[in-house]
Unconditional design. Structure first.
Length: 277
């Protein structure tokens, strides 16, 4: 049963990463609520312990602290920055007026995302329970992506332009989702226009990052938020955080980026017959 729960948790974290695709004063109450929930995301591991009134908080602090630094690798990854929702301001969605400064930031993001047709690199992912995984990813627009998770994780995620699959290599199973129903469509779209194609909640820039917050509305599973961060220096993609409808965060940071090498087309091929057995 523990193994089944572990597989479910791993798959949920990966699904969180595709339920996309990450700091402005005077944030809105609607955005503040996920921040409170996000701060409680670590207690997802809490059911594994006997409920005790005094011990959960110290345990949470220990679980959260590793998120501030990436594990050692051959190439040192960037640190995972905590969800900065509590510092957001400048709501631009739902009819709010966008300032000229915000419009300039939106134009920069649109230009980078539309101009980026190939992107390969390494990633490190932190799930709602603080568990880390890492691997390699390949993006080829429009619509194609592959995330290969390093062992011991048996998972991989593939989009072929129409669908997204999450595979478990150990169990030889896969779950299939329409690409159009996942926020991956934002990362993989040939042309990106935040104001036209998304519900943009906030956009902000400091000396290090340009950050945008997008709300994904789903009448079935509820609303989620995508917080995506770019380098203020060269506009390269750095990190995204997805806050799911329950308020739990999954963060993916990317590094060692290459925008020139085209992946093997077979890397994005989905065998749909695997679901017919």
């Amino acid at each position: 049963m523990c193994r089944a729960m572990s597989r479910t948790t791993s798959r949920a974290a990966i699904l969180g990463a595709i339920v996309l695709l990450t700091a402005l004063p005077a944030f809105t109450p609607a955005l503040a609520q996920p921040a409170d929930n996000a701060a409680k995301s670590a207690p997802a591991a809490k059911p594994a312990h006997k409920p005790q009134a005094a011990k959960p908080k110290p345990a949470n602090t220990a679980q959260q602290s590793p998120q501030r630094a990436a594990p050692p690798m051959q190439a040192e990854p960037p640190p995972i920055r905590p969800n900065p929702v509590a510092a957001l301001f400048g709501k631009t969605g739902e009819g709010a007026t966008i300032t000229p400064e915000q419009r300039a930031l939106v134009d920069k993001i649109n230009a980078y995302m539309s101009g980026m047709q190939i992107l390969n690199g390494s990633f490190i992912q932190v799930g709602p329970d603080g568990k880390k995984s890492q691997g390699t990813f390949y993006i080829q627009k429009p619509g194609k992506v592959r995330f290969e998770y390093d062992p011991p994780s048996p998972m991989e995620l593939i989009a072929d332009g129409d669908s997204v699959v999450v595979r478990d290599r150990n169990l030889a199973t896969q779950d299939v989702y329409p690409l159009s129903q996942t926020p991956l469509r934002f990362l993989l779209a040939d042309r990106v226009n935040l104001l036209r194609d998304t519900n943009l909640l906030a956009v902000y820039a400091d000396d290090v990052f340009i950050t945008a917050v997008i709300e994904e509305k789903n009448g079935i599973v509820g609303n989620s938020k995508l917080m995506i961060m770019f380098s203020a220096k060269d506009m390269s993609l750095k990190q995204w955080t997805i806050t799911d409808p329950q308020g739990y965060d999954t963060t993916v940071a990317v590094y060692n980026l290459d925008t020139t090498k085209r992946a093997d087309p077979n890397a994005f091929r989905i065998d749909y017959t695997r679901n017919i057995q």
